[in-house]
Each structure stands twice: as structure tokens, then as C-alpha cells.
Design a protein around this ligand. Sequence first.
Ligand code: ATP
Ligand code: MG
Length: 454
Amino acid sequence: MVGDSLFEQRIRADRASLETLASRISPLMARNETAALRSQMIAAGGELEGRVLLLDRNGKVQLDSYGEMQGERLQYPEIANILVKGQNVDYGVHEMDSGRALDTSHLLFTRRTNASWVGYCTAGVVHASDIIGVLLLVSPVQEMMQNVYQLQDQMAVILVAVAAAALICSWIFSRVITRPIAGLTRGIRQMSKGDFSSRVKVRGSGEMRQLALAFNSMSEKLETLDQSRNQFVSNASHELKTPLATMKIMIESLIYQPDMDKNLRTEFMTDINSEIDRLSAIVSDLLTLVQMDSQNVKLTRENLSIAQLVKENAHRLQPIADQKGQKIILSLADPCDMYADRNKLNQVIYNLMENAVKYTQAGGQVKVTLQRQGRDARLTVADNGPGIPKESLPHIFDRFYRVDKARSREKGGTGLGLSIVHQLVLLHGGSIRVESEEGSGASFIVELPLHQGS
Ligand SMILES: Nc1ncnc2c1ncn2[C@@H]1O[C@H](COP(=O)(O)OP(=O)(O)OP(=O)(O)O)[C@@H](O)[C@H]1O
Ligand SMILES: [Mg+2]
């Protein structure tokens, strides 16, 4: 395109000057004023830096600014286009073969200018709307052609450089983009095989970094979930195995000692019965937890008073407390009416109060306080029992967690009570925390929003 426009410019300039010259000399030619013609043409040849020839209607040279070719007949397409086809002007570029004389004019021309590319510009000399001759301007275009070729070479070099740069850039980009994606794919594949330990390298900035961070946090969560599920299953099996093993021993004794003392037999049967109770309690606790995990648990709400629930549970636990010489003190400042699930809240209050009674030594006391705090009901179950050691506090709401495994199991506990309480409180949109110092009792504080969704 640049070459074309260079040519265009040159051609336009040559044509214009040749046309002016043609119109200037046409009256001279018509009047056959040879001397004036010659001087005009020599002047023009110098001006246009080329050789100017004037041909007659038959293509025969009449005048040559170099004064060499008069009377010779020239045949070039540019001349024929004017004389035969009737064009006003024409232009053509010819390559000279310096080793071979194509024809005399070429030879002459190249000898003088040493050019291997020449341009032929022709213009018709018109007089009284008749073509009476042709002006031919032969000028070197070597420099221009060289420029064009140089330009072409430069363009080729630039093109190669740009292509190489584009290749390098795309390679770098593809590495920057595809590498992390390949890493992620590998991680996802590993995960789909059940290995949640895979993490990807967090590199760079922007979207890819976010993606890597999101992937890592997802795999971390899945890993914890997987571990806690495995833990849960192994804990559950362990809890179920103990009563089953005890029952098996007792039943085998009954089978292999048919003449066992009747009282001992009844004692065994009673023990087996209580183990069955324990088993069914564990199973129902597990079912409750699994149900809450599946997240399709529904609350059956009704109008109730938390104070009333506390009173009912205190009544239920009173016989056990009496047996241990414990006091249950209620301080219910507000009825705390609420639209909630009666059974589930009952379970919360019962589990907390039962723990307090169960783990507090004989002669101790359990204090239940209920008050309104802004939009919340605040229930505190406090005792003056052994308390919970500091290192156990973060795990107290974990499934199957017991502070003193042996002693707690002796008391019939499986360590599921508080985790159920925690889940149920969350279901009601509330929160639970524990405050305790070893040796000086424990307080469980539950806060429940009284007006859900308002
Ligand atoms: N009021 C308390 N004082 C001292 N320790 C407590 C108290 N409440 C709970 N704990 C400790 O927390 C552990 C977990 O309690 P949680 O109610 O979850 O289980 P559990 O009572 O052992 O069994 P479950 O309630 O399922 O029958 C208990 O084993 C006990 O060691
Ligand atoms: Mg308990």
C-alpha cells in the first residue's frame, strides 16, 4: 500500500507536467516550429530530470531532448495506448536488463543514467481535437523502486518480529493462564477420587488468585467435614459396641448357667434391660443429630412460655436432685413468651439442667435464671459442681465429647447432649456459650430471640 501510494504520487506529478507540456507544444507542433519545439523540450527534459521525446502520429521520433533518436520508430504499449486507444495519458514502469540490450532507447537511456528501473509516461499532443503526436518522458525510478523494496524488506523484518513477539506473548499468557487451571483440574480430579488433602499454589493476583483461594478453602472444609464424619461414625460404633458387649457377656452367662440363682438372674435381666435403654437413647440421639444435619428439620412452632418449660423440667429432675441432696433454685424474672418448638426447647432445657444435676456433687446446687434482655430471652443454668477444665471448653459442644470419659460413661452419658443442645439453639436463631472455672462450677448461657423474623 505504501509502495502504491509512492507510485501514485510520482505518476500524478509526471502526468501533470507532461500534460502541461503537451498543451504548450501542440500549437508549435501544428505550425511545425521545430526550433522552438526543441528548446522547449530540452528545457522540459532538464526540469523533469529525464529524457523527453516527441513522436508523430505514426510513432516515429520527431524530436529527442538528448538529440540522438530522431527518425527512429518506437513501439511501447504506453505509446500505443495513446495513438490506438485514444487515451490522454499513460504510465508504465520497465525493468532494464543491464546485461542485455532490449532495444536502442533502453540501451541509450541506461548508459546515461545507469538506471535499471525506468518509468515511461506518455501524453497525447492534441490539436483541434485530433491527436497529432505523443510526448514520451523516460525518467529513472530506480530510487523509488529501491525505496519500495527497502520498505518491503523492512516490512518483512517487522512482520517477523511482530509474529515472534505475538508467539512469545501468547506462550507466556498461556502458561500464566493454563498452568494454574491445569493445577486446579489436577486438584479437582484428586478430590473426586476422595482425596481431600489436595491444595493448589496461590500465585499472581486477580481472578486466578481468587479462584485458587476459593478452591483451597473449599478443599479444606471438605477435608474437615470428611474427617469429622469419619470420627462421628467411629465414635458412634464405639458407643454402640460397649453396651452390646456387656449384654453379650450377660446373656452368655444366662445361657451357660441354666441353674443360676433366681435373684442373680433377675439382676442380670435388669442390667440387660438398662443397657437396652441406653442403646435406644444413643440411637435416638444419633437420629436427632442426623436429622438436623440433613437440614430438612422443621420446627413445629406454638405459643409457649420458657419460664413454664423451666418449671416443668425442674419438677422432672427434682427426685434425682432430692436423692443427691441438691437444691434447684429458679429465678424466673419474666415468663418469656415465645413462638417456638416446644419439644425442641424442652430438650435444650432438660439436657442443660440434667447435666448440672448429674455432674454436681451431692449437696450442691443448681440455679436456673431467666430474664429478658432487649429482644432476647436469656437463660442461664449454673451449678457449683466440678466445672469444666479450660482445655475442654472449646470442645464441649462437640459430638461424643466428654471431659472425663470413664466417669461420664458411668453416669450413662454419651457426650451427645450438648451438641444436640447447640444445634437446637442455632435452629431457633439463638446462641449458646459456657463459662466455667475448674472446681467452681459451670454456667451455660442461652440467648434466644423472642420474636423470630420480626
Ligand atoms: N454442668 C456441668 N458441669 C461439669 N461438666 C459438665 C457439665 N455439663 C457437661 N459437662 C461435661 O461435658 C460433657 C459433655 O456433656 P454432654 O451433655 O454433651 O454429654 P453427656 O452428659 O456425657 O452425655 P448425654 O448428655 O448425651 O447423656 C460431659 O461428659 C461432662 O464431662
Ligand atoms: Mg448430658
